[in-house]
Ligand binder design. Sequence first.
Ligand code: GLC
Length: 723
Amino acid sequence: MMENEKLQVLLSKMTVKQKVAQLLQLNPFYFEADRNEEQITGPMTDLHVTEEEIGLVGSILGVPDAENARKIQNQHLTTDPNKIPLLFMIDAIHGYKTIYPIPLAMAGTFNPAIVEETASMSAYETSTQGHHVTFSPMVDLVRDARWGRVMEASGEDVYVNQEMARAFVRGYQGPANELHGNQEKIAACVKHFAGYGMVEGGREYNTVDLSRKELFQNHLPAYEAALDEGAKLVMSAFNLFEGVPVSANTYIFRDILRERLAFEGVTISDWGAVKELVYHGVTGGKEGAAELALKAGIDIEMMSSCYIEYLEVLVERGEIETAILDEAVLRILTLKNDLGLFENPYRGLDLENKELSEEHLDIARRAAEESFVLLKNDEQTLPLNTEAKVALVGPFAESDDLLGGWVIFGKRDETPVLATKFKETFTNATVVPTADHQTITDAEIAEAVAAAKLSDSVVLAVGETSDESGEASSRSNIQLAAAQQKLIKAVAEVNENITLVIFNGRPLELTGIEAYAKAILIAWFPGSEGANALTRVLSGKVAPSAKLTMSFPRAVGQVPIYYNQLPTGRPVDAADADAAFASSYLDVANTPLYPFGYGLSYGELTITDWSIANTQLQKDEAVSIEVTVANTGTTTTSDVVQLYMNDPIAAVSRPIKELKRFHKLTMAPQTTATITLTLLYKELGYYDSQTNYRIDAGELHFTVGFDSAHVSERKTLTVKEGS
Ligand code: GLC
């Protein structure tokens, strides 16, 4: 590995133009590469870059495969006089070629180990195709199901978000962060810094207005966790913070990211975000945009050309100090060096290809099985008897749209459909697919009804398509399409044993159809092995064990709805509440249809006892909470013990409940287990309005349960001394 001094020497030999080119990131459309529409992940506008500049560019995103990566790197090393290798980046968000469930589903596993395993598999496949960085994980806290990008998030909880951020980064970069010596690992780019999850109205690319207190309390912790694990890059968000676009926001990038979080890695703009400063109305043109973004601390400009067109002259005129340019370039050179690119610009390309290998499909299958959320299972409708006559009906019965919204290289036509796997296990199954998910003909409904009449039970495979969630896919209506609701109702009229298997990238409003089903299984977008995994769960080979990390609303009008809300001055459940003037809706309850942390299994665990070991806590002591769980049933069962905290009196209003720890257990029948959950003193505090972190002396309340809405009686911990 090169010494830092050698990088300094290299930097000192570079011309300003060469330095600025290191800050430019283009996609393969500017190179002699095979390319297709799928690699375009943002608007393609004409960039003003010359052939010479393309020859000097620092990084590239979205190269299609190893062959092109090799070709482009080869070519680049002949055009760059300093022979600085190109850095290849990609959106491998939930797998590369072997696709695992969308991140929102993965978070619901409440199992960081499987998240790490899938991320590690993704890193491997990504590296073998010549990429060095993935634009993942997205750690934005989300509360609005209308926003399509919730599929990329870990949900509405700060702690889950932190744990998943850590797991993804460990999986990509390896626990020791030894990217140099380990070509199977790649660098993680955590995004979208910061606050992007709060877009108003859930509308993509929209305005955000967030207080500093909220930013510190709810949004930064997952970034801190990712950086603590060693994440190498941070991507800027498209939104504003306090009126200033994040990509030009010195407070966000310099004061918080560099100073407070002590981040030393590379920052990158989101696609076109530097040029978009003009549209935000904070500068009159691209020159101003370049100046604002670099000064704010954005090192790489992705897919717009403000830097390459204007930085040279800005530096020449003294409007930007060379030192600011140099620090950005040095960070990029350092990342290339950390990855070992100076020694081997073809890093990863010679690794054995394991795409869709048995080993990787096995990981994808296990991840999918652990990500399905069982919302309802009346009369133990599931698992289904494999001998029974089951009708598999609906738009997703034969759909290959199982991979999800953030997939560039996974192939739908290589993905087994549900019907194929289902028929292998359920030998008496009848399959009645519909051609579309929005338009279902009367003839199709009649055929489904006829099959349902002749069957013991019906599995309705319904949902939204993968392009209805993800980037640029916000929706104001989050119900199933009207035609699917009609289909469900028609089938339910002739057969009451209905299981809904729902494919979705976001919490849906299921109120109108939930009563028609005895069982509801949320499949999300389950990836390459989705059909297999679903069949194994429906047949009882494996039991569901996932939990929601985002509340499912009763009505879209409740959104944003999240469990860790603040108290109101007029709570509906106060002893002296005057119903007419309490905080509520006239037409819907305050509660969600299915709450955070909720999800059933085929068996049931019970918490039989729990206690706080030390109810008086001195400064810097840890608190231990013991929970005893029993499986009194007849089947091996998994569930997630959840520990919630409430700080009843603080300088700022604190959430009625916040998750502090979780622990997933798998228990054999007729066994008990005791787990210990330990919280550190420093984890018991909060941020006040001045963004000071404080821990107050006084009482804290704890509860435990298997979901956020059904918890034990509270127990009290007294913190003896604040700080
Ligand atoms: C996008 C996204 C970002 C992604 C990037 C590169 O527009 O917002 O998440 O990583 O472009 O494709």
